[in-house]
Write a protein that binds this ligand. Structure first.
Ligand SMILES: Nc1ncnc2c1ncn2[C@@H]1O[C@H](COP(=O)(O)OP(=O)(O)OP(=O)(O)O)[C@@H](O)[C@H]1O
Length: 746
């Protein structure tokens, strides 16, 4: 392994170096190494009192003295990872200044304290009060082991049992799945003419992801235990079409599907019909009905409407926004808006009993304020780009190595980013065999377990990971937004958002994977200094985050001697001061850089991940562009967070080229902006590969998918949406194709 040189130009335009320059640099470094090995410390170091470890330093002191050191340590030998395991002579070559110098100031967070919208999760009402079939009640009590209803269940189930359409909004993890599943099962088992399997679907449940489809199927299957004649089934991308066709032929009465896969079958399977459909449920309705799925939903609704007009429609989500309400207005028949009220809402309609239980539709402003579980503690930390990777790793180590039974989900903005960090952490932070490979930190391995989930994985592996993480008591799941919606992963203690989400709704869903059904949970959002204003954007949606100092996160490195720098190596125990924490952070960064730079292949893999990050960054929606703009990224610093010692030259050239083109053609600004509403969605949907159609777009150009030839006229979606009303889609097919091309780069 090459001697570590963590130096990085702070000028984003001076990137890679030619071999000759590299050689001379190395020669200089060797010279410096020999200087450093002499007794006398460098001039700057001599003046640094905080450097001395003699006095025990408190965390507060650590924070105060953390910034702006210039201390450098060089080793004459090659870098190794865990000093305790290796020869003292092989201590890491540290150039601390490059990681902690020339960073932008971390701004003070003047976050306005807002009162979050709160909901009460449980009620004292029992399921047997609902007049359900006794077998259904006993299944809920004994199989699901539930006795009292949650607030949303208490409000929704009676309304749905009355036969009304409904729009259901309640916070994440509040039991919305059963709020629709119980009425569906109750009504179908009670049908006078007993349901036959061959009748086909009586209920169609649409969900945005395959994992959610599996999860909802599992719940329905449990509820149907006593009603064996009603057959549930799931259709989702990644499964064999042939076997799904066979199951459809035999008959599925409660059909749970992702939109893309259902469209596939509508177009190609003769045996799919909806003439007996009684229920149409959109779970995560705001995601399902947004532009990312628009054409699929149009095809599905046309197929359903052609065969059945009278049915109950239910839309559910923790974040039903105004846009969805507008769609609901034209898709639902005289719907009831159900929302779990706080007391002030209750008082709005004290006389009207029906409306007291069921809140009136909210105004636009209210719809933008989402309820957050009371037991969810939200944090934010502001970290300079150069320190992001080290900070994330330190946080993972802090929670999952030094604390017991922690289960963490880390969100990234693209599949490539998940893959990159997964492999990097696996190879550097974890040693499965106990015998560390080059660049590994052996003692970090004991409690750590990494898993990853994203849309570019094979379905078999996706399902296996989902199951494994669900049943595991600890572990770190690195994922895209494929895991943001609806997934009920038990006992998740921490949610980390390494890349900020593109909307407050996505923020709510991501953090909603913890603190479910009254449990306690915490979240951490990692922002760059230039992104600090995002906290205000969250506050404007009544989302309250408290600051966690980066220094407090890095302090964990003091607990692990794996990260000891050369100077401290010989000392058995000593108080760890801010200077040493900086050194240890640099040792960790050097581990990452050494790993990335250990082969050409790994360097180009890191560059691709960096490119993916930048592309995802470019797709933040217009309203967030003033906070997340590619121009505010310092490429050299960001490269460091990918373990790259230099900013890749070709990437910067690309960025400059694009910028120039934009400057020359101001009309492009306008065009790009007009695409943002779609690219915002595509950013999380397509880049995370949530929908099966996405992969197909690239590989097969399936008919009707973005990037393919236009549909045959007979298959063109007619914009007709429920109850004979017309929905005008905002995008033309051409625009969709253009946008999907943009998104495929992400
Ligand atoms: N009445 C109840 N008593 C106890 N636990 C319940 C009850 N109803 C649901 N749960 C449990 O609560 C958890 C969350 O439920 P569910 O997944 O339906 O939430 P959700 O509101 O759909 O969340 P999200 O908005 O994230 O999709 C599940 O583990 C479920 O089994």
């Amino acid at each position: 392994m090459a001697a570590a040189d963590s130096s990085l130009s702070d000028n984003p335009r001076t990137f890679s170096r030619r071999p000759s320059a590299q050689a001379s640099r190395q020669a200089k470094a060797t010279k410096r190494k020999h200087q450093a090995s002499s007794e006398a410390p460098p001039a700057k170091r001599r003046n640094e009192t905080s450097f001395l470890p003699a006095k025990k330093t408190s965390v507060k002191e650590t924070q105060r003295t953390f910034k702006g050191n210039t201390q450098k340590t060089f080793s004459p030998k090659k870098h190794s990872v865990c000093p305790s395991d290796r020869n003292q002579e092989e201590r890491p070559c540290i150039k601390t200044s490059s990681l902690f110098k020339n960073n932008p100031d971390i701004p003070e967070l003047h976050r306005p304290v807002v009162k979050q919208v709160q909901e009460k999760v449980f009620t004292s009402a029992a399921f047997h009060e609902l007049g359900l079939h006794p077998h259904l009640i006993s299944t809920i009590n004994t199989v699901l082991k539930m006795s009292s209803m949650t607030s949303v269940q208490k409000q929704s189930i009676p309304v749905l049992l009355e036969g009304r359409d409904a729009l259901v909004r309640s916070q994440t993890g509040s039991g919305k799945t059963l709020a629709y599943c119980i009425p569906v099962v109750q009504s179908l088992q009670a049908m006078k003419s007993k349901i036959q399997r061959s009748d086909g679907p009586y209920a169609l449940v649409l969900v945005p992801t395959r994992e959610l489809a599996l999860q909802s199927f599992d719940t329905v299957q449990k509820l149907l235990k006593p009603f064996t004649w009603i057959v549930p089934g799931v259709l989702m991308g990644g499964e064999k079409r042939k076997s799904e066709k066979a199951r459809l032929r035999k008959g599925i009465n409660i059909l749970i599907s992702t939109p893309g896969r259902l469209v596939d079958h509508i177009k190609s399977t003769k045996n799919i019909h909806f003439s007996r459909l009684r229920w149409l449920v959109f779970d995560e309705a705001d995601r399902i009905l947004d532009l990312g799925f628009e054409r699929d939903i149009t095809v599905i609704l046309n197929a359903v409407n052609a065969e059945c007009q009278k049915r109950q429609n239910v839309l559910l989500s923790a974040t039903l926004t105004e846009g969805v309400t507008r769609l609901a207005d034209i898709s639902l028949h005289d719907p009831v808006s159900i929302s779990v009220l706080d007391k002030s809402h209750d008082q709005l309609n004290p006389k009207d009993k029906a409306v007291r239980e069921v809140c009136p539709p909210r105004t636009g402003d209210e719809l933008d304020n989402f309820a957050i579980p009371e037991s969810l503690e939200q944090h934010v930390t502001v970290v300079p780009s150069k320190l992001r990777l080290v900070c994330l790793a330190a946080f993972i180590l802090q929670k999952c190595k030094f604390e017991k039974d922690q289960k963490m989900v880390v969100f990234f903005s693209s599949c490539e980013l998940v893959e990159f960090h997964y492999s990097l952490f696996l190879q550097t932070l974890l040693s499965s065999s106990g015998a560390p490979a080059s660049g590994q930190l052996p003692s970090a391995s004991t409690r750590l377990k990494f898993l990853r989930l994203h849309g570019n994985m094979e379905q078999e592996e996706r399902t296996a990971v989902f199951q494994e993480f669900s049943h595991s008591r600890r572990g770190v799941l690195l994922c895209t937004d494929v895991a943001a919606r609806g997934l009920d992963l038990p006992q998740v203690t921490w949610i980390v958002q390494y890349n900020a989400p593109s909307s407050p709704a996505e923020y709510i869903h991501r953090i909603g994977r913890t603190a479910r059904i009254g449990c306690h949970g915490s979240s951490l959002l990692i922002l760059a200094p230039s992104e600090a204003e995002y906290v205000n954007s969250l506050a404007s949606h009544k989302i309250n985050v408290s600051e966690m100092k980066m220094e407090d996160i890095l302090c964990v490195l003091a607990r692990d001697d794996c990260f000891k720098g050369k100077r401290w190596g010989a000392q058995k125990s000593h108080a760890v001061g801010p200077q040493e924490i900086r050194e240890r952070a640099t040792v960790l960064q050097t581990v990452f850089e050494d790993y990335v730079h250990s082969s050409e292949r790994r360097v180009s893999w890191a560059k691709k991940a960096l490119q993916s990050f930048i592309q995802a960054y470019a797709t933040y929606p217009r309203e967030l562009k003033h906070i997340f703009h590619v121009r505010s990224l310092h490429l050299g610093h960001v490269a460091k967070s990918f373990g790259l010692r230099d900013a890749p030259r070709n990437l910067s050239a690309l960025t400059r080229k694009k910028r120039k083109a934009h400057l020359k053609r101001p009309d492009l600004h306008k065009k790009t902006q007009s695409k943002h509403s779609l690219t915002e969605i595509l950013r999380s949907e397509y880049s995370s590969g949530i929908e099966p159609g996405v992969a197909k777009v690239k590989k097969q150009n399936a008919p009707g998918e973005p990037g393919s030839r236009p549909l045959r006229p007979s298959l063109q979606p007619t914009p007709c949406f429920g109850h004979g009303k017309t929905l005008k889609w905002r995008k033309t097919q051409k625009a969709l194709q253009q946008d999907s091309k943009t998104s495929q780069k992400v």
